[in-house]
Design a protein around this ligand. Structure first.
Ligand SMILES: Nc1ncnc2c1ncn2[C@@H]1O[C@H](COP(=O)(O)OP(=O)(O)OP(=O)(O)O)[C@@H](O)[C@H]1O
Ligand SMILES: [Mg+2]
Length: 418
């Protein structure tokens, strides 16, 4: 994947090594890096988009290469949306547990200020797992799961679970329903929040069938799946997006483990506005291990404060550090981002020499050192628009220029295939 230019030369990351782009709005993250990456990718692509820019600028090129599907459950683009249900991966108890955890983690909004938030979301996942499993096995839909949660249904769920003969699922459901009344009701309320997206009839209608399938996306063609939501809907849809993306990444890892080789052709995962639409709970792990499995991750964030809010302080640091390439666009005023840059780059030693002339003909020189940050905050904040600071592995930092797709002839040609 090409990151930008340095002079006339292209700067690329090593094949499949994860990349993180951080920069305030309108600094070229999407047009200068995400769009070019998609236009030049020779393999399947999974991309999120909050504004429709990324979709609009790449869809023709991708349609020229393979099948394109759009998951736009709330109908934000006006284009036809494919359907997807979390129940596709819930036919096994392990699959249902994973899916419930993804949905709950996608919903657990902010890690800041919610001391016992994790407890309630974990408890909601434990309740949802047997519900999803029961629904998948009895050929029901998400509409039934929502009704079960809303009405705190027990009889129907027990019946469906009995048919599965899965002791662990039955026990998990009994454990949730057997809690004392106050806890039980809080857990159901949390589960309602997790499934809030499905309160929208449009979203529900686009969850009846499994039109989107990870195995088809990864079947060897140059297929594309876009996930789209507007800023207004992103919070509600977050759990659904997280579960869908995780299920596809999991399939990629499963295929790679089965063959013992990275997925070929490799999968490009572009998480534009990652903290808002797709805060994957294990994004740090994917950033660190994706290359070995044939998954190229490109994560786009506005600033580190956003990452701290979403994933919590410690995880956010790990997430940033696990991306091999970190591209900091200019103009950022976010204190955390600037501090990070200063911390990573460290200080540079500045040597001062002063000479004094004493007795005739005798000169003495004193050398002293002082230290100042290699990237003082104002340099990163005020560098020319379109440029970005590249921090790559343990290499020295470098300034690069983004390649806006509309300014590079090869990219604009790729964007508009005849
Ligand atoms: N087709 C185009 N032709 C010329 N300029 C464009 C075109 N598309 C976008 N731009 C400009 O490119 C600049 C960078 O926009 P871009 O969307 O890449 O920023 P961004 O960093 O992704 O911002 P955000 O965080 O808001 O998504 C904007 O000033 C925009 O007006
Ligand atoms: Mg953008």
């Amino acid at each position: 994947m090409t990151l930008g230019r340095r002079g006339r030369r292209l700067v690329c990351c090593e094949p499949l090594h994860s990349t993180l782009v951080i920069g305030p709005t309108q600094t070229g993250k999407t047009t200068g890096l995400a769009v070019p990456a998609i236009l030049e990718w020779d393999g399947p692509v999974l991309a999120t988009s909050v504004k429709t820019d990324l979709l609009r600028d790449t869809i023709d090129a991708r349609a020229d290469r393979g099948n394109v599907q759009l998951f736009d459950p709330a109908g934000s683009t006006g284009l036809e949306s494919a359907s997807w249900t979390p129940l596709v991966s819930c036919h096994t108890w392990a699959g249902a547990r994973r899916t419930a955890a993804w949905l709950a983690e996608g919903a657990s909004a902010s890690k800041r200020g919610l001391a016992d938030g994790d407890f309630w979301y974990a408890a909601a996942a434990k309740l949802l797992a047997p519900l999803l499993f029961a629904a998948a096995r009895s050929k029901r839909t998400m509409a039934d799961v929502v009704t079960w949660v809303d009405t705190q249904e027990e009889f129907g769920v027990r019946n469906a679970l009995a048919g599965t003969h899965e002791r662990d699922a039955i026990n998990a459901f009994e454990a949730s329903t057997g809690r004392d009344e106050r806890q039980r009701s809080s857990i159901y309320t949390t589960a309602e929040t997790v499934l809030e997206a499905y309160a929208d009839p449009d979203v529900l209608a686009r969850s009846r069938t499994a039109g989107i399938r990870a195995d088809e996306l990864l079947s060897g063609g140059r297929h594309t799946l876009y996930l789209s939501a507007t800023v207004r809907e992103q919070r509600r849809l977050r759990p659904v997006f997280v579960a869908l993306i995780e299920s596809i990444v999991e399939e990629a890892y499963r295929r790679s483990a089965a063959t013992g080789r990275p997925l070929d052709p490799p999968l490009l995962v572009v998480l534009d506005e990652a903290a808002n639409v797709a805060p994957l709970p294990d994004i740090d792990v994917i950033a660190a291990t994706g290359a070995g499995h044939g998954v190229q991750l490109l994560t786009v964030l506005q600033d580190l404060a956003q990452a701290h809010d979403r994933w919590g302080r410690d995880r956010a640091d790990t997430i940033v550090n696990n991306h091999r390439a970190r591209v900091i666009a200019t103009g950022t005023a976010d204190e955390r981002t600037l501090q990070y840059v200063n911390r990573v780059l460290g200080d540079t030693e500045i040597r001062h020499e002063s000479s004094t002339i004493g007795e005739p003909g005798r000169r003495s020189t004193t050398v002293s050192s002082s230290f100042r940050p290699l990237a003082p905050a104002n340099i990163v904040r005020e560098a020319a628009p379109g440029s970005a600071l590249l921090l790559y592995g343990s290499l020295p930092p470098a300034w690069i220029k983004f390649r806006p797709w509309f300014r590079e002839r090869s990219l604009s040609r790729a964007a508009r295939p005849s």
